[in-house]
Design a protein around this ligand. Sequence first.
Ligand code: C5P
Length: 435
Amino acid sequence: MGFSDPQSLSGKRILLVVGGGVAAYKALELVRRLRERGAGVRAVLTAAAARFVTPLSFASLSGERVYEDLFSLTDEQEMGHIRLSREADLVVVAPATAHLLARMAQGLADDLATTLLLATDKRTLLAPAMNLRMWLHPATQRNVATLRGDGALFVGPDEGEMACGEFGPGRMAEPLAIIAAIEAALRENTLLPLPFAAQGPLAGRHLAGRHVLVTSGPTREPIDPARYLSNRSSGKQGHAIAAAAARAGARVTLVSGPVEIADPPGVATRHVETAQQMLAAVEAALPADIFIGAAAVADWRVEPSADKIKKGASRAPPTLVLRENPDILASIAQRREGRPALVVGFAAETRDVLAHAQEKLARKGCDLIVANDVGAAAGVFGADSNEVHLVSRAGVQSWPRLDKSEVAARLLAYLFEKLAAGQTRRDGDAVMETP
Ligand code: C5P
């Protein structure tokens, strides 16, 4: 289970929120294990937690002050609650009781623990612990789904015998399992970006009246009735862009290759398999104000065999003759009539990301390339976050690693500004001016 590195959490700061449940005693063991691995731990106890375990035990084991009271003047003078919530690398709630989960799901802030949980800018890992009926209650399950949707991480609960004598799911995960979940969470960037919609003047339905056309996912090029050529694109980024455009008020058409994710709400989604079908569906959906080619279109196709190609001892392995697929992005960008005002491509590269993006911008004739590193080390394919560079004729703008939905919202706000700027100038060309 990978507990081998004794200093695996060296220098990491954990804010541990302890809820009021019988499992609170296991949180003491968690503090010990965290300290053993080099982590600093600051514990915050709810009033109920302090009835199960004493603040003194946490203070002794963590070697730090324990915080309990939002209204304690000393607490606020020494360490404001906002600072307390921001200084951690990760917030861990163990045990997360049903009541605490409910308060978090509602966004209540009626004590120090819930105030910190609302004010933090870091991810939160929750280790629920409660009676099995409380855990299985639809209200708790609803709260868990809400919290997951908000980006909270969960570890456990385990199944087993409960303190109350019943048997089932609800036992808090064991401290070492919580440690493993903490290590996994800390391998990712735990800083939560502010939801873009909350920032600045572009919040709201700024794309109302526009048609945004998006491609997403891989294409699948048949070799014979059973086999195909394809790639690892998950469609998450393209689908997130379509969803964000719909939220921004646009009419959205999404042309999607075969993906394992749901059609975004409020988006007209056309499902295709091959690059040729994708091009036809894109052309049929024109005119559009913005075209965003986020699909990983297969560069080549095979002339498919009508029957399944057979393997035989006497037969040599077949040779696949590849033919070039149409370049959808280039053909939309280079249209003489009905070219969308903004044509945006993606460049997934494994090296020299910016140089390739610049070359692609020129060769394809689009207005913007959103470039990212998809090398194995970047871990972008199938992931929920992405680190992109916006390459236009005016230069490069690099964004930090963000959730794909955040990349989508920011990209659309950026394009909206360009669209608005292009329209006020009314000179038709060079819509993209500044990155
Ligand atoms: O040339 P490359 O495949 O790297 O370019 C990537 C960009 O071009 C993406 O935006 C992708 O959607 C688009 N593309 C396309 N048709 C192709 C190949 C790529 O639209 N046949």
